[in-house]
Ligand binder design. Sequence first.
Ligand code: ZN
Length: 139
Amino acid sequence: MLIRGKCHCGNISFTLTWDPDPKEIPARACDCTFCQKHGGVWTSNPRGALEVSIQEPSRVSRYAFGTETAEFLICARCGIVPVVTSRIDERLYAVVSVNSFENVDPGLLKRAPISFEAEQSDTRLARRKRSWIPDVAIQ
Ligand SMILES: [Zn+2]
């Protein structure tokens, strides 16, 4: 399946290859302070490939906090956060927001709360390597 998503105005868009077609898509409602304020619900596929395309790079705000190992890509025009990236050992990993999906039946989403607040930094990076999208291109 080719999942398409974008921010509200279209400045940040992405396609996520999800192969084979998903029977369900995990949708993790993160309880970090940023995601609480933003309603962040994320998914990733460790065998997926993500292509992000940005129309106006000057209107993308990159926000990091806490351990500063993840970067939220915020559209500075419409305020939506479609993608989070993390660079680990020279490789770029990512998760995408299920709220920015364009062509996915909401019935496919398996929503569940999740908490990483107690996680140590090295455990966190190891988990991202395991579960985040490992093939990310941004243009
Ligand atoms: Zn936008």
